[in-house]
Every structure is written in structure tokens, then in C-alpha cells.
Design a protein around this ligand. Structure first.
Ligand SMILES: *Cc1c(COP(=O)(O)O)cnc(C)c1O
Length: 415
């Protein structure tokens, strides 16, 4: 990266420090991952120079013949990966993908059923701080005390409010989803079905979680979480009429020129996800989450929703006499990166909630397995018990650094 060094040393230096941070800490935020060098190369490619408003074969700009090849490959690979009929790879990220889905199918004021935020739902599912919540009328369903989605509750709400859309999808929920049941409820009340699989897309692509694509009208996802691609979004549709409305909603409804360097990188990531090695990776992601669960169950930390069926765990840390924010800060000092998170029906505030969320996608990409998970669970317990003891946290940080050196990432990179 000698050009970057020459032109902009401050940025090169910050990038190098960020690289070192990624190398020497344990990245346990469940929405993060490490992309391959091939994905990085596609992202930093000349495709960033090209305007290509429209879709392959129907562009508003000349010179799009090779960009069309790239976008078409991305679409075809994603179709194979998810078994979806129609795919739009242009959404810039998960939030714009969801906006396009709402605007493509609904009218202002329409009712959407979505998961309560503290039960694992996402901000873009109608949190009061979003524009979406000003335009659409979101009603909330929850999980029950056994940790499962309250399907009876969804049915009751659906009959009562006659929603135009039932939305499934979460960022802090650790259980499987019964898409068939939701499909039946939606048919009964004539609502669209939408699944936001941002977190679990990689698990679904690998056949390790239920796939909503054959049943649901719309499936949105990010491409950068368990799918291990570049930061971006995507929308999949079952029927052509819905797909046409979604395409119009993405462009020109919501966005301008697509980021074709990003779409090239998506295509590369999809190719990688189609390989047998990716299946093995995802199986290990799940195994690692299970080992963390088993180890954490031996402590006084409480596992929300009872167990994990995927790559993440939502933990109630209040039995330790600390808040989620204190836990996040203590783990940060110990070299373990997590995020504070609300737990179901949290009595504390979003800025200082009761829980933390941890996940295995990134550390599994580094090659860590069951033995490392046991060690990491022990460090988490130790760090939370010593949340106010900087010397103890520093000791763990050094041990973490030693472990990360045995599982190097991007050894060939230098900014
Ligand atoms: C991450 C996430 C999003 C938003 O993705 P961004 O790329 O951050 O905009 C949307 N929905 C769910 C369920 C998510 O987990």
C-alpha cells in the first residue's frame, strides 16, 4: 500500500493501527467477521469508478458491459446460494435494503408486525428513532419465557391489527425460526411475509438454519455478517411481481448509482460461500457457540432465550452485580470485543442495559475451535469477576494477545 503511505500518512497509520487491533483482540461482536483478501481486492478495485444506474442490460449509462457481467454473476451466485428466484444486490447495506422492502410493498400508515427490540429485533424494524417508524405503524410481538418466539401472540396480533406485513428477523436472538408457521398466519390475514436474515444469512446459505426463501415474499440480508462478504445488503424475492416492485424501490426509489466495487466483492464472497469449506466453517461457528454456552452455563451469567441454535449468545450479566456497559468496558480492557445489549423486557436503559451479546463468526474465521472457546469462556468469567481490577484485566489482555498470535489474520497486509 505504498501509494496510501505516500499520499496520506495519517490515514495509513490509522488503518495500520486498526489492523493491529483486529489482529490482537478477540472480535466477538456477532455481526462482525473477517473477509478474505480476494474480497478486499474486489472492494478496492476499479469498479468503484463506474456509474451504472439501472440493472444489468437496462442501464442509464454507457460502458456498462463488464459491470453487467459482474452484477449478473453476483445475482446468479446468490440465487444458487439461497434458492431464491429474484435477487437485487444493489442495496448499500441492511438498513436501506429494509427501507426498500417496506416502500416496495406498502403504503404509508400500513401496519407491520415486528419483533420487540429488547427481545432481539433490529432498529430498522420500527424503532421510534427511525424514519421508518414515522411512516409505517409497527406493532410488536415478543418471545415467551421459554425463549421461543410467541407464535400464538403473533397470530392474535395478526387477527387484531390486520397487518400488511409480518416481519421476522433479529440481531440479538439465538433460536431457530418457524417460517412455515408465520407463512400460515400471513396467509390467513393476507399479509406479506418478510424475513430479515442479516445475522444468520451464512448459516442459512450453509444449510445450517431454516431457509425462508422458498416460502416468504421478501428476504433481506446484509452480506457482511455470517455471510463473510463486504459491507452491503441484498433483497431476495419469490415472485416476479414483488421483485419488480422491489427493483423500482431500490432504484430509482431510494438509491442512485449502485456501488459496483461492492457488488464485485459480494460476487466473490458468494463464490466462497458456495465452496464446501464454507459449510465446514459455519458448522464450526455453531459448535463454537455451543461450547461457549456450555462453559458459561457453569457460571452465574444467565443465558437469555435458554440456549443458542446459531452463532450468538445474549447474556444477562446482572447476576455479577454489573451492567452490560460495565461488562463491555471490562472485556474491552481484557482484549475481548463485545457489545452491550438489551435483554428481553430489560428494566435498564439502552445506553446501560443488562446484557452483552457475544458471537463466534470472526474468531472461527481465524481458525479457533472448541479448546480456544473453553479458554475464552474462562477469560470472560474472570474479566467480569474482576471488572474493576485493571491489573487483572491487563493480565488477561496479554494472554489474549498470545492466543491471537497463534491464529494470525492478514499476515500479508501492511498499510
Ligand atoms: C445488521 C442488521 C441490519 C442492518 O444492517 P446495516 O448494514 O448495519 O444497515 C438490519 N437488520 C438486521 C436484523 C441486522 O442484524
Amino acid at each position: 500500500m505504498e501509494n496510501l503511505q505516500k499520499i496520506d500518512l495519517p490515514i495509513a497509520r490509522s488503518l495500520q493501527r486498526e489492523l493491529e487491533r483486529q489482529r490482537h483482540t478477540l472480535e466477538m461482536i456477532p455481526s462482525e467477521n473477517f473477509v478474505s483478501l480476494a474480497v478486499l481486492e474486489a472492494l478496492g478495485s476499479v469498479a468503484t469508478n463506474k456509474y451504472a444506474e439501472g440493472y444489468p442490460g437496462k442501464r442509464y449509462y454507457g460502458g456498462c458491459e463488464f459491470i453487467d457481467e459482474i452484477e449478473t454473476l453476483a445475482i446468479e451466485r446468490a440465487k444458487e446460494l439461497f434458492g431464491a428466484n429474484y435477487i437485487n444486490v444493489q442495496p448499500l447495506s441492511g438498513a436501506p435494503a429494509n427501507m426498500a422492502a417496506y416502500f416496495g410493498l406498502l403504503e404509508p400508515g400500513d401496519v407491520i408486525l415486528g419483533m420487540d427490540l429488547s427481545h432481539g429485533g433490529h432498529l430498522t424494524h420500527g424503532s421510534p428513532v427511525t424514519f421508518m417508524s414515522k411512516i409505517f405503524d409497527f406493532k410488536r410481538y415478543r418471545t415467551t419465557t421459554d425463549g421461543l418466539i410467541d407464535y400464538t401472540g403473533i397470530h392474535d396480533l395478526a387477527v387484531k391489527f390486520k397487518p400488511k406485513m409480518i416481519l421476522m428477523g433479529y440481531s440479538a436472538y439465538s433460536r431457530e425460526i418457524d417460517f412455515q408457521k408465520i407463512h400460515e398466519i400471513a396467509q390467513e390475514v393476507e399479509a406479506y411475509t418478510m424475513a430479515d436474515i442479516a445475522h444468520i444469512a451464512g448459516l442459512i446459505a450453509a444449510g445450517e438454519m431454516n431457509n425462508p426463501c422458498p416460502l416468504f415474499d421478501i428476504v433481506t440480508t446484509t452480506t457482511h455478517k455470517t455471510l463473510r462478504g463486504p459491507r452491503g445488503g441484498m433483497i431476495m424475492c419469490k415472485d416476479q411481481d414483488v421483485a419488480k416492485r422491489i427493483n423500482k424501490a431500490v432504484f430509482p426509489g431510494l438509491q442512485g448509482g449502485p456501488h459496483e466495487n461492492n457488488i464485485a466483492a459480494k460476487a466473490v464472497a458468494f463464490k466462497e460461500a458456495l465452496q464446501p469449506e464454507f459449510k465446514e466453517y459455519i458448522k464450526q461457528v455453531k459448535k463454537n457457540a455451543k461450547v461457549l454456552e456450555q462453559e458459561i452455563k457453569k457460571t452465574d451469567i444467565r443465558i437469555c432465550f435458554g440456549t443458542t441454535d446459531n452463532h450468538l449468545l445474549l447474556l444477562d450479566v446482572t447476576p455479577k452485580g454489573i451492567s452490560g456497559k460495565q461488562a463491555e468496558q471490562a472485556l474491552d480492557k481484557a482484549g475481548i470485543t463485545v457489545n452491550k445489549n438489551m435483554i428481553p423486557d430489560d428494566t435498564r436503559s439502552p445506553m446501560d442495559p443488562s446484557g452483552i451479546r457475544i458471537g463466534t463468526p470472526a474468531i472461527t474465521t481465524r481458525g479457533m475451535k472448541e479448546d480456544e472457546m473453553k479458554q475464552i469462556a474462562a477469560w470472560i468469567e474472570q474479566a467480569l469477576n474482576n471488572y474493576d481490577n485493571d491489573a487483572e484485566l491487563e493480565k488477561i489482555r496479554n494472554d489474549v494477545k498470545e492466543l491471537t498470535e497463534r491464529f494470525p489474520i492478514y499476515p500479508e497486509l501492511k498499510y
